[in-house]
Write a protein that binds this ligand. Structure first.
Ligand code: HEC
Length: 217
């Protein structure tokens, strides 16, 4: 079953699962600034996950954001290992705008680790989202066909990588010609929504097609 089918309805309660040292710092910070808030003194990861499960939470998005550039790799590796150990954790990557090799981080998060995407925290990471230096990073993310499957909802039915889901069949394009692919997506056969050009551009459709065909991007 694809990750999104497992996630079902998403509620974002802004919870971070972090490596122990960072989590401890966050707990200290929360206790100082929100003394009345019931934050535990210490808490083990396993306890937290068991508690989530007892509450009926089937999956959780985890975002561990880098406050300093040199935390980027440590946190992404932590999130990757966490998600590998606990499949209910759906990892979202982090990238500090001052990381020396931002495009390598994008590739590691999205291609190697298979993260759901990248999330930034402009205030904590002290940058403006529209700064020109961020442009290549956004474009590198946008060029990943796998992420377009999420953005346009294809993943909900066909699975995160087009592997097939509860509703939609596996997207095996061995047999499907480019023109047929366009026709299918634009017309939406049997239960699939029709995605017209004003919703899904030809360019994005082409990127999705290339991704599904396994053409390197
Ligand atoms: C609401 C669920 C749903 C969504 C969202 C959805 N699809 Fe589908 N899709 C289906 C179903 C169901 C079929 C099978 C339809 C049939 O043949 O009767 C299908 C068929 C297809 C086929 C034809 C497969 C084949 O082998 O003939 C392609 C290609 C496809 N979808 C691509 C996409 C893409 C790309 C997106 C996103 C832009 C998308 N779909 C979004 C449900 C969905």
């Amino acid at each position: 079953m694809g990750l999104f089918q497992r996630a079902g309805l998403i509620l974002d309660c802004h919870v971070h699962l972090l490596p122990p040292r960072r989590l401890l710092k966050l707990i200290e910070w929360a206790r100082r600034f929100f003394p009345g808030h019931p934050v535990p003194e210490t808490i083990a990861l396993e306890e937290l996950l068991a508690e989530f499960e007892a509450q009926g939470i089937r999956a959780l998005l985890n975002f561990a954001h880098a406050i300093f550039p040199d935390e980027t790799d440590v946190l992404n590796r932590f999130n990757h290992e966490l998600a590998t150990r606990y499949p209910q954790v759906l990892p979202v990557g982090t990238l500090h705008p001052e990381s020396p090799e931002p495009l390598l981080v994008v590739s590691q998060c999205l291609d190697e680790y298979g993260f759901l995407g990248l999330k930034f925290h402009a205030f904590v990471q002290k940058f403006l989202p529209w700064e020109p230096r961020m442009r290549p990073v956004y474009e590198a993310v946008a060029a990943r066909g796998r992420l377009l499957l999420q953005r346009y909802g294809c993943a909900t039915c066909h699975g995160l990588a087009g592997e097939g889901g509860v509703v939609g069949p596996k997207l095996d394009l061995e047999e499907l010609w480019r023109s047929d692919f366009q026709l299918v997506v634009r017309s939406g056969p049997g239960g699939m929504p029709a995605l017209t050009a004003d919703v899904l551009s030809d360019e994005d459709l082409e990127t999705i097609y290339a991704y599904l065909k396994g053409i390197p991007q």
